[in-house]
Design a protein around this ligand. Structure first.
Ligand code: PEP
Length: 250
């Protein structure tokens, strides 16, 4: 069975609630007849209610950009899986490279967040990817395997059933540099092979691995034509409804 692609938007720290409603007013008509792929939009926490309200008559799923691993407690600035689910959020990005780079996210905290998300019933989009120095030193495969081993530590295949992985080479995020479709597909194959080791062949065969890193309307088709690429995680180009719709509909 071919894997259904997931076309996900990561809005990072952009847009207000009003701008979120406006995005959906313009985006929904552009994708109303589009049933081939799953569409997920991940706005900032503040915009989640507006996104949920605006998308409620559509099939578009709404995701958060992070989740804490505790159910509740004295963790100023954090948000739990239970709180996200209570709003109606279904997906969550975990381990984005900007969290790793600027907010002390480690492979271990990624593992804690993943476990909490899966345990609660959220669908995590777990990001992995190498930095430029690692690619240039020939370490990409090792880095991807290490990130997967640590992120998926002590998670059973049964628990991980809804997991989605995003391969996001850090040198391609927000830089305008895109991995070639072939290079992305090679990295996806490494991740799938590690998922096979950890979770087994059947699980890995069904696992959706998205590509992220300067995906645009102009390169979406070539990337999505690769059998190994099961969708996209789109940052900058997802902020504009026309551009994200063109990427989704490639
Ligand atoms: C991202 O934020 O996950 C991302 C891939 O960003 P961009 O598309 O802007 O490179």
């Amino acid at each position: 069975m071919p894997r259904t692609k997931v076309m996900a938007a990561n809005w990072k720290m952009y847009k207000t609630p009003d701008q979120t409603s406006e995005f959906f007013r313009n985006f929904l008509p552009l994708v109303s007849g589009h049933s081939r792929d799953e569409i997920v939009v991940c706005p900032p926490f503040l915009d989640l209610p507006a996104a949920l309200e605006a998308s409620k008559e559509s099939k578009i799923a709404i995701g958060a950009q992070n989740v804490h691993w505790k159910e509740e407690g004295a963790f100023t600035g954090e948000t739990s899986a239970g709180q996200l689910l209570a709003l109606g959020v279904s997906h969550v990005i975990v381990g984005h490279s900007e969290r790793r780079q600027y907010f002390c996210e480690t492979d271990d905290t990624v593992n804690l967040r993943l476990k909490a998300a899966l345990e609660a019933g959220l669908i995590p989009i777990c990001c992995v990817g190498e930095v430029l120095e690692e690619r240039e030193a020939g370490l990409t495969d090792d880095v991807l395997r290490r990130q997967c081993v640590r992120a998926f530590h002590a998670i059973s295949a049964k628990k991980a059933a809804k997991l989605i992985v995003a391969y996001e080479p850090v040198w391609a995020i927000g830089t305008g540099k895109t991995a070639t479709p072939e290079l992305a597909a090679e990295a996806h194959a490494v991740i799938r092979s590690e998922a096979t080791e950890i979770f087994g062949e059947e699980f890995a065969g069904d696992l959706r691995i998205l590509y992220g890193g300067s995906v645009k309307p102009e390169n979406s088709k070539a990337l999505m034509s690769q059998e190994e690429i099961d969708g996209a995680l789109v940052g900058g180009a997802s902020l504009d409804p026309k551009s994200f719709a063109a990427i989704v509909k490639y």
